[in-house]
Design a binder for this molecule. Structure first.
Ligand code: ADP
Ligand code: MG
Length: 252
């Protein structure tokens, strides 16, 4: 279903690229509206090597989405530094994208229009080629002219993924991207994401509350509790029981 990168005819600008290294140094963020300790994250110090597939797990409210919003530049840390490819992340960046649980697609645009939306500095042909390539990679080559409401939930998430790939990100951020989908679709999409990652070696930070999914997908797993890292280990070295126990220690 997923077109192989070698098979597809693509412009030179879309050859395989690698991800950027991500680094967090003492990153702290607290929501100003909350005085309660724990409403936020940090201090977090974390190095994600270029091309790593990192999964972040944690119970609801543990700070996973806050972390991704910081990485995407949507929130500014009150302390500490985030850098991507050696450059400080200071705000939203055209080559940084976040895929969320509900694909935030523009309903009035076609699938191709949505995928091409964030592309800047390209002429019409380059843009069309980039969009077609991204859609082919997620198995939706024939769907460019459809509207989002004509797609299944799984297909909409594929479009969101295509939109993210189209901008050729150094870092791909995914916030529980498959959790609203049925089990079979979720598994299929997870495996397609892995295949795409193998091809592109983009750096991935994938957030999920599903521990099996994290261990299946990630090379490395980080567990968050109340905004703090409570486990950081290669996925191969962690069992599902370990991970469950670490997160269950949470208390009320
Ligand atoms: P997760 O994604 O792991 O469920 P979040 O990052 O959404 O967790 O939330 C972490 C903590 O920050 C929670 O205590 C949550 O209630 C709080 N929080 C999240 N968003 C906001 C917000 N916009 N304003 C105030 N507090 C928030
Ligand atoms: Mg969340």
């Amino acid at each position: 279903m997923t077109a192989s990168i070698q098979d597809s005819v693509r412009p030179a600008s879309t050859t395989t690229r690698s991800g950027a290294p991500l680094s967090l140094d003492g990153v702290t963020f607290r929501y100003p509206s909350r005085r309660r300790a724990g409403a936020g994250v940090g201090p977090l110090t974390l190095d994600v090597p270029a091309g790593e597939f990192l999964c972040v797990v944690g119970a609801s409210g543990s700070g996973k989405s806050t972390l991704l919003s910081l990485l995407a530049g949507f929130l500014k840390p009150q302390a500490g530094q985030i850098s991507l490819g050696g450059e400080a992340v200071r705000g939203p960046h055209p080559r940084l994208t976040l895929v969320q649980q509900e694909a935030a697609l523009f309903p009035w645009l076609t699938v191709a229009g949505n995928v091409g939306f964030g592309l800047r500095g390209l002429n019409r042909e380059q843009r069309q080629a980039r969009v077609a390539d991204a859609l082919r990679q997620v198995g939706l080559a024939e769907y460019g002219a459809r509207r989002p409401h004509e797609l299944s939930g799984g297909q909409r998430q594929r479009v969101a993924l295509a939109r993210a790939l189209a901008i050729q990100p150094g870092l791909l951020l995914l916030d529980e991207p498959f959790s609203a989908l049925d089990h079979a679709t979720r598994t299929a999409l997870a495996d397609e994401l892995l295949a795409l990652w193998w091809q592109h070696r983009v750096t991935v930070v994938f957030v999920t509350h599903q521990l099996e999914e994290a261990l299946h997908l990630g090379q490395r797993v980080v567990a968050l509790r109340a905004g703090q890292v409570v486990l950081d280990a290669p996925a191969k070295s962690v069992s599902l029981d370990d991970l469950r126990r670490t997160l269950e220690d949470e208390g009320p």
